[in-house]
Structure formats: C-alpha cells, structure tokens
Design a protein around this ligand. Structure first.
Ligand code: 6PG
Length: 471
C-alpha cells in the first residue's frame, strides 16, 4: 500500500514552505504542491531534503497522496487565487474533505466559500495565520474559524505547530464561518494602529528632539522591558541597523511611503459599517495612504512650507513620550477588541474575547505582555471597556496627562500625529458623560424632522423650529 500523508499544503512561497517545515518538524507528514513546479522541485531538493515532505506536481497527485478525510492548507495570495485553487481541487475531493485557507482572505469571501463548499459537503476552515515567515516556521498564532467538529480534526496539528505559552498554544477554535478571518483582520488593524503610533513617536524624536536613530533604538529597547512587544522590539532593531552602502542609519535611506495590502482598511471599513469606530486604526490607514502621495506632498510643501525644526526640551518629554506610546497602544488594542465584540454579536460568532487575547500572547505580530492584562480584563464579568478595566484604569488616570502634553505640544509645532491624537480623542469621548450630540439631534430635527429624544421623558419629539409662515 502506498504511503498516505497527513496533510497537504498548496503554495510554496516562503510562508508556505516554512509552515510545511514546521508541520513536519512536529511529526506530521506533508504533501506539498506549488503551481509552478520549479518551486516544488527546489523546495524538495533543498529545504525539505530528507524530511517527511513529498513534492506533488499536480493537484490530483496531491489529493491522492493524502489520507482521508483529506486536509489541505492553502497558502496562496488572498482573493481570486484562492477561488481558482478551490475550483481546481474540487473534482478530486470527496465529501468530508477539509480545505483550510491560511491566507489573509476577506471575511466575506470566507463566508461565501464556506457556504459554496458546504453545499458540496466539503468542509472549510478560514484560518488567520500571523507571525510572518519566522512565525510560520517556529510557531505562529493561528485563528481558525468554521465548524467546531471540523476543527477538532486538525486540532492536533494546529496545536503542535502554534507558538506555545504558559497559558497554552496560540490557537483556539474561534467561531463559525468567517470568525477566524475576521479576528485576523482585526489583528492586522491593531497592527496598523501600533505601527502608526510607534512611527509618530519616532517622528517626534527625530524632528522635535533631534535624536539620532541609535539613541532612539536604545530608548525603544528600554521602554520595551516591561511591554515585551514584538513591534517595539523590531523598531529598536531597525533603528540601530546600518546601511552597508552608505554607512548611514538604514532608516534614513528608506523612502517615507508605506504600502498596504488591505487588512487594515477592511478593519476601518468594518468598524464604520458596524458603527463601532476604531479611530486610531483608521488614522493609521489614512496615514499610510497620505504617505504614498509623495509627489503631491512635495509640491504642496514647496508652496505652504511644512514642519521645519523645533527645539523641545528633552528632559521630562521622553518620559511623556513613553507613556503616550503606552496608552496609545492600549487604546489601539481596545479599539480592535471592541470591534470584535460588535462583530461577535452582529455575525453571531460567539467570540470569547479572553481567548482571542490569549492566542495573541505569542507568535503573532501584535504579541506583547499587554495581552495578559487584556485577557484578564475580558475574564471579568463586569467588563465594560479596556480603558476603564481594573487592569488599565490606574495607568490611564496616572499617565493620560503625559499623552495630553505630548499631543498638545506636538500639535503646536505643526507635526502630524494622527494616531496619537485620535487615540486621545477616542479616550476623551468614551469617558465623556456629556457630548454635543444634543445639538446634532436638534439640527437633524430642524432640517429633516427626524425627531429627537429628551432627557426628561421617553419618546420621540419634533419641534417646528421655524415659523413656517415666515419661510
Ligand atoms: C501577520 C501580518 C501579515 C502581513 C500583513 C501586512 O500577522 O503576520 O499581519 O499578515 O504582514 O499582511 O499587511 P500590509 O501589507 O497591509 O501591511
């Protein structure tokens, strides 16, 4: 009898290769396929040499090589390629086989694929995978969604390959249909938020305080002692890297325009759709877009001028920057977690937010010590919001003035800090008992007779704001 393999993997770019090697390393046999066969051949003869990994040169061969029910992970580009691969696989699959989409697919695509495949009795697990190339090889955070009974069939593999923490492996069944890809989308939204906050702090340090990258690297490193955030850690490493060509700090020769594949934008769109905004994350998405208008920015700068130089006294301000970044970061996480709460009820995902925080504790890009108190906060039955949770209330009370001082000082200099200021506005709005929305209600009623609610009695009211006889 020919040997049957435990799991199939389609898509041998670096992430796919690394995931295959990780799975094999945990004792599972892998059948691997890539559309262009050169990649399969070189993978099998080099990185996968002597491993329990078989290269397949057609989808039919891949499917035939697998034990039943077949489990096949797709590590292909999100969007149409996923549909194309599924369509090409279908003729060879049997009822009960399982397709796992490990890419950054849009959750609505995942819902559609789930239903289409359900009609054919093929199971589908939309699974967010975070941690980049390193994570894929050494232990990512996995965010699977779909049918729970299907998840149990891959649980042993997922549990073995995920990053491991004291609180368990960084994987958990998250919820039905697109729950996994939704959580991954929000993970990336938070990623955008924290990256933008860090970039703004860097900008203040270089432009308002005149610090050199190596000095900033030390600061970020020391601030990270308690946070242990992956994004802060890599920021420090980036800032100390030298450009071998020029001998300059590499960061200084990198162009100031950033691309985006879309997951951050999807989070912002979704937040607007659900009416539970994520202003820091949205500001981060907008910042990336504006960064890409390099030509336009240069032309506008030549007419209007831009930020030039400033002399902000470093003493005391650096401590404030550290606190501002810390609180801004908690706010970015809290926006994302709140969006997940809203989505969980809107889409009946039934998400356990404490579990989401737990599986982000390691392996993923937003991993940080902050995830532990976030998890604890969600375990509390009286939970209202992260910013007022026992775990963070004292930090906000003690340090919000630092965030305020940073935002106000930097604003007067004319240096843009959209993520930091959005984070502060979000905080200030959420802690406001009184907002000016009474005026908005009155305006709507004035021009559109949309009615308004009163403080002193229930019901909907309308006022004839104008004397119609005088119109
Ligand atoms: C991860 C990352 C990963 C990838 C993003 C970046 O969790 O491992 O988030 O998914 O780096 O796709 O996306 P942008 O191109 O939008 O920055």
């Amino acid at each position: 009898m020919t040997k049957k393999y435990d799991i199939g993997l389609i898509g041998l770019a670096v992430m796919g290769q690394n995931l295959a090697l990780n799975i094999e390393d945990k004792g599972f046999s892998v059948a691997a396929y890539n559309r262009s066969s050169d990649k399969t051949t070189s993978f099998i003869s080099q990185r996968a040499e002597d491993k329990n990994i078989k290269g397949c040169f057609s989808l039919e061969e891949l499917v035939k090589t697998l034990s039943s029910p077949r489990k096949i992970i797709l590590m292909v580009k999100a969007g149409q390629p996923v549909d194309m691969v599924i369509e090409s696989l279908l003729p060879y699959l049997d009822e009960g086989d399982i397709i796992i989409d490990g890419g950054n697919s849009h959750f609505e695509d995942t819902d559609r694929r789930f239903s289409e495949l359900q009609e054919k009795a093929i199971h589908f697990l939309g699974t967010g995978i975070s941690g980049g190339e390193y994570g894929a090889l050494h232990g990512p955070s996995l965010m699977p969604g779909g049918e729970e009974k299907v998840y149990t069939q891959v649980e042993d593999i997922f549990t073995a390959i995920a990053a491991q923490t004291e609180n368990g492996p960084c994987v958990a069944y998250l919820g039905p249909r697109s729950a996994g890809h939704y959580v991954k989308m929000v993970h990336n939204g938070i990623e955008y938020g924290v990256m933008a906050l860090t970039a703004e702090i860097y900008d203040i340090m270089r432009k308002a305080l005149g610090l050199k990258p190596a000095v900033m690297a030390e600061l970020f490193q020391s601030w990270n002692q308690t946070q242990n955030s992956y994004l802060l850690e890599i920021t420090a490493e980036i800032l100390e890297k030298e450009d071998p060509e020029t001998g300059e700090a590499l960061i200084d020769v990198i162009l100031d325009t950033a691309k985006q594949k879309g997951t951050g934008k999807w989070s912002a769109e979704e937040a607007l759709n659900l009416g539970w905004p994520v202003p820091t994350i949205t500001a981060a998405v907008n910042s990336r877009s504006i960064s890409s208008f390099k030509d336009q920015r240069e032309k506008i700068n030549s007419r209007l001028g831009g930020f030039d130089r400033a002399e902000v006294d470093q003493s005391g301000f650096l401590v404030k920057l550290e606190k501002a970044l810390y609180l801004g970061t908690i706010i970015a996480y809290s926006e994302g977690m709140s969006l997940l709460e809203a989505a969980s009820s809107q889409y009946d995902y039934n998400l356990e937010l404490a579990e989401v925080a737990r599986i982000w504790e390691d392996g993923c890009i937003i991993r940080s010590n902050l995830l532990q108190p976030i998890r604890n906060a969600y375990l509390n039955e009286d939970f209202v919001h992260l910013i007022s949770a026992d775990e963070f209330q004292a930090d906000f009370t003690k340090h919000v003035q630092a965030l305020r001082d940073v935002v106000s000082t930097v604003k007067t200099l004319g240096l843009p800090i959209p993520a930091l200021s959005s984070a502060l506005d979000y905080f200030d709005m959420l802690r406001s008992k009184e907002l000016p929305a009474n005026l908005i209600q009155a305006q709507r009623d004035y021009f559109g007779a949309h009615t308004y609610q009163r403080r002193d009695k229930d019901g909907s009211f309308h006022t004839e704001w104008q004397d119609i006889h005088n119109i």
